[in-house]
Write a protein that binds this ligand. Structure first.
Ligand code: IPE
Ligand code: IPE
Ligand code: MG
Length: 262
């Protein structure tokens, strides 16, 4: 048999879930428009297909044991898109809540919104608030939906509230600022995935992502399936996070107080 002919009796082994799964995964779901354009379809079709894909990825996150999944659905900059597209994206948010809330709830998903409610039409705001209230005791997966979210906007709002609360300047530290962000009380994302080949942050979790591992794939969001998600987790499991320390410090599990100057 020629060397490059694959023996059909040998099938590829299924990918195994790594031992070390990130607690908090955030995803920049990008590439819906290009997915549609590549098929000669309107952008709306890409958003529709991307929304379908979200169910697959939420299900996979539960299966893989991810505790927190944060999804970037609409940025503060996305308001600048054509009015029709903005209207469609708002409609999709409403439709997802209407259609999926019960199932998400029965699967133990706790929905949270990160971003500004102001600016979202009042009827949809009420649905978002209801979805968060309705699922607030669920513990299987926290799903942070970043809608009308911008990292800079989040920091501006945090600073305003810190000032309004009369916090004295010498009480302001990193923990305090973190407690005023939309993600208050949640650990920072361990892994941030971006689909569609773009290598930028696009104003997503700029505070919380300061030590996140980044993973970029050329796959467009509607095509990013369970297996690709698993590949990202496998890649993450091989990373060595150092948080500013030396490799030796991280590899040797010894007491840092012995090595750091006092
Ligand atoms: C991501 O897909 C969805 C949103 C930003 C709402 P895009 O709509 O950005 O798709 P591309 O980047 O134009 O392909
Ligand atoms: C980031 O994607 C926002 C979301 C995925 C919701 P964009 O498509 O808006 O980002 P840029 O414009 O390419 O940076
Ligand atoms: Mg895009």
């Amino acid at each position: 048999m020629a060397a490059n002919v694959v023996d059909p009796s040998v099938t590829a082994a299924p990918l195994a879930l790594p031992e070390r799964v990130p607690r908090h995964v955030a995803i920049i779901m990008d590439g819906n428009g290009r997915w549609a354009a590549a098929r000669g379809l309107p952008r709306s079709e890409g958003h529709r297909q991307g929304t379908e894909n979200l169910r697959t990825i939420i299900r996979a996150a539960v299966e893989f044991g991810v505790e927190i999944l944060t999804i970037y659905a609409f940025s503060t900059e996305n308001w600048g898109r054509p009015r029709r597209e903005v209207r469609l994206l708002l409609k999709i948010l409403e439709m997802v809540i209407d259609r999926e809330l019960r199932e998400l709830h029965s699967n133990g998903v706790q929905i949270r919104h990160i971003g500004e409610l102001d600016g979202i039409p009042p009827g949809i705001q009420r649905k978002v608030i209801h979805a968060c209230e309705y699922t607030r005791h669920n513990t299987r997966l926290i799903l942070n939906v970043a809608f009308n979210y911008g990292g800079r906007d989040e920091i501006v709002h945090a600073v305003r509230r810190i000032v309004q609360d009369g916090i004295p300047s010498d009480s302001i530290n990193e923990d305090l600022i973190a407690s005023y962000l939309y993600t208050s009380g949640l650990p920072d994302p361990d892994l941030i995935i971006r689909t569609s080949g773009e290598l930028r942050v696009s104003n997503f979790l700029i505070w919380q992502g300061s030590y996140s591992e980044y993973y970029a794939t050329d796959t467009l969001w509607p095509d990013f399936n369970r297996e690709q998600f698993l590949l990202a987790l496998i890649d993450f499991s091989k990373r060595r996070r150092r948080f500013g320390l030396t490799a030796a410090q991280v590899e040797d599990d010894h007491d840092l107080s012995e090595t750091l100057p006092s």
